[in-house]
Design a protein around this ligand. Structure first.
Ligand code: NAI
Length: 386
């Protein structure tokens, strides 16, 4: 069986998810298109990198991503660093002829994303961006229902991604609260997942009317190299540093198809832990998804008998996309790692078949165009074309 050597840059939250996906993928998808070999992991200090290699099962560790991505024995570069280094690492990796999977958002803004798309296109390598949620079996099932016309003409989309890990003003700062490193706040971090999901299910967004808000304008400084999210120290001690990104984004959406919609995202919604979801209304039915119950899809078909009209709950299982690769019985549960494992499979398959993955850097760039338009609209108070 073919083996592909992976160099992973960044070993935080996403480094852990990707490492587990590399290990799990060939178990679920047998025979795998190729075996991903966890060759070398890179982080900012020798201590972090060495510990990451031990913990995540990589053969080697390094602190020099530039040297690593140019190594002849590396086939795949996996970018799991904060957003400000995505473009530079991707350009170097493309130049070295490596296939690239880069975490989302692809970049801090559309112009940076465009340079990344141009670099991978010129190099002719396979590229993917980590908008993993579209691989969720229940979301794939929603897509199948839409494509089959089961809810008729799609009229509207209500999308949201609400979290609460930064609702406490004493949640420490991190790269996620700095425009220089993150590009934007809730918009880039989680709002872009909604944009990708909306594009995947309904097609392109052509105009937006948006508002952004920053509710917590300073936070205690953090001494950690990586973002501890909700698990960080909230004692409130230490100097405060300014927050210069949005905490919340709300937007109206107009799709090229004629459908209309909304996007809501905030990391300060008390009680909402990972409340990513959507409701899609069609002329002949409605589909509802909530990631906090990611193994389920709520569907309503208008052609049901009048006396049983209403939502039904479908449990994801072997009859839904990818379901047969996991457990032989519906309702056994799907988790975040399963979604990352499917993403890994699709990327490795695209590499071995010499074609683009989906979502690719082109999708990542198009999402950044929407994110830029949302910021333009919020600052002008007008609708903005994408
Ligand atoms: P994190 O803060 O947990 O980890 C980042 C890691 O990168 C740290 O270990 C840090 O030391 C390392 N790092 C920073 N600069 C580096 C450099 N120049 N060279 C090598 N290592 C470097 O961050 P997290 O949450 O893992 O986020 C990473 C990326 O993944 C971001 O782009 C983020 O938006 C994305 N992400 C995607 C998610 C998804 O659901 N697809 C969920 C969470 C994050």
């Amino acid at each position: 069986m073919k083996h592909l050597n992976v160099a992973m840059i960044g070993s935080g939250f996403m480094g852990k998810a990707h490492a587990l996906a590399y290990a799990n993928m060939p178990v679920h998808f047998y025979p795998a298109p190729a075996i991903p070999v966890r060759k070398v992991v890179v982080d900012v200090s020798p201590e972090l990198a060495k510990a990451a290699a031990e913990r995540l099962g990589f053969e080697e560790s390094s602190t020099d991503w530039r040297e690593v991505v140019n190594r002849p024995d590396i086939d795949i570069v996996d970018i799991c660093t904060p957003n400000d280094s995505h473009a530079e690492i991707a350009a170097e990796a493309a130049w070295a002829g490596k296939h690239i999977i880069c975490e989302k958002p692809l970049a801090r803004n559309a112009s940076e994303a465009k340079t990344m798309l141009e670099a991978v296109t010129a190099a002719g390598v396979t590229h993917a961006v980590g908008f993993n949620y579209r691989y969720t079996p229940a979301i794939r099932m929603a897509k199948k229902l839409l494509d089959a016309g089961r809810i008729g003409k799609v009229l509207s989309f209500r999308g949201h991604y609400m979290q609460d890990w930064s609702a406490d003003p004493n949640t420490p700062s991190s790269w996620r609260f700095s425009k220089a490193t993150a590009g934007s706040g809730a918009l880039g971090d989680i709002g872009t997942h909604v944009v990708d999901t909306a594009r995947y299910l309904l097609g392109d967004i052509e105009a937006v009317s948006s508002v952004l808000a920053t509710h917590v304008t300073e936070r205690p400084a953090s001494s950690s190299a990586f973002d501890q999210l909700a698990s960080g120290d909230r004692s409130g001690s230490g100097a405060k540093v300014p927050v210069d990104v949005d905490d919340a984004v709300y937007s109206l959406l107009r799709f090229s198809s004629g459908a209309i919609g909304t996007l809501e995202a905030t990391r300060n919604a008390r009680g909402r832990h990972n409340y990513l979801g959507f409701e899609i209304q069609g002329a002949d039915g409605t589909i509802v998804f909530d990631y906090e119950r990611l193994g389920e899809l709520q569907v309503m078909f208008a052609n049901d008998r009048d006396d049983v009209q209403g939502f039904r709950t479908v449990q994801a299982g072997p009859f839904q996309p990818y379901g047969d690769k996991f457990w032989p019985i519906a309702g056994m549960g799907t988790g975040y790692l399963d979604v990352k494992t499917i993403e890994c499979y699709e990327f490795i398959k695209a590499v071995t078949e010499g074609r683009q993955a989906a979502p690719s850097f082109e999708d990542g760039y198009k999402v950044e165009l929407v994110a830029d338009a949302i910021q333009t609209s919020a600052s002008t108070g007008q609708w903005a074309d994408v």
